[in-house]
Design a protein around this ligand. Structure first.
Ligand code: HEM
Length: 176
């Protein structure tokens, strides 16, 4: 797939279709950011919506195989977080150094960063807790939802929406 993408990308840059070389590099950074985000949110969806409910139905069966998932999952999350943070900072620098970022853009970006920071914290605290079997009920169950994989997924969904708003706000500012 990359075989076709790279020459196409270079030709597009050459023809000025994506702006200058700097704009072309931002396309790659944006691509990395989106890939990291999709992998992380997709991984959270897998754990929150598939593994956890399956564990509720068959705790012993899932318990026997879960050890094989958690290692690769952890590595994927680590790589995604590194990619997201590095690329996110570059995108932020790129947006905020021009004259086009409005106050609303800055406010929405700040909210996005707060939710993202909370997601990073969630990963850290879920790791500390380990993969605890879900045999709780009542208030503890609700709290575990609030601070578990489903919450991570909800955070990711919100951050995606905020990213869409950011793009719309920015494009409105530069066109109008
Ligand atoms: C250090 C944390 C982060 C920073 C500094 C950051 C920064 C940014 C910036 C500046 C943009 C460009 C918005 C625009 O179009 O004006 C962006 C886009 C985006 N961000 Fe983040 N972000 C961070 C974390 C996250 C996280 C945790 C997710 C989701 C898991 C995420 C998902 C996205 C998506 C999907 C886009 C749209 C990419 C595109 O338009 O192709 N970001 N981010």
């Amino acid at each position: 797939m990359l075989d076709g993408f790279l020459p196409g990308f270079l030709i597009a840059v050459g023809l000025g279709e994506v702006g200058d070389l700097g704009d072309g590099l931002i396309v790659l950074v944006r691509w990395l950011h989106a890939l990291g985000a999709v992998a992380w949110v997709g991984g959270s969806a897998f754990f929150g919506l598939i593994v956890r409910p399956a564990q509720r139905i068959d705790p012993d069966g899932v318990g026997r195989v879960i050890g094989r998932f958690t290692g690769p999952y952890r590595e994927m999350v680590d790589a995604s977080i590194i990619a997201i943070v590095v690329s996110g900072l570059i995108l932020m620098f790129d947006r905020l150094t021009g004259d086009d970022a409005t106050v609303v853009y800055f406010v929405v970006l700040s909210v996005k960063l707060i939710v993202a920071g909370w997601m990073f914290y969630m990963v850290w605290s879920l790791r500390r807790a380990g993969f605890i079997p879900e045999s709780r009920s009542g208030l503890t169950q609700r709290l575990s939802w609030l601070f578990g994989y489903n919450a991570l997924l909800a955070g990711g969904v919100i951050v995606f929406l905020l990213a869409g708003f950011l793009r719309a706000i920015f494009e409105t500012a530069i066109t109008g």
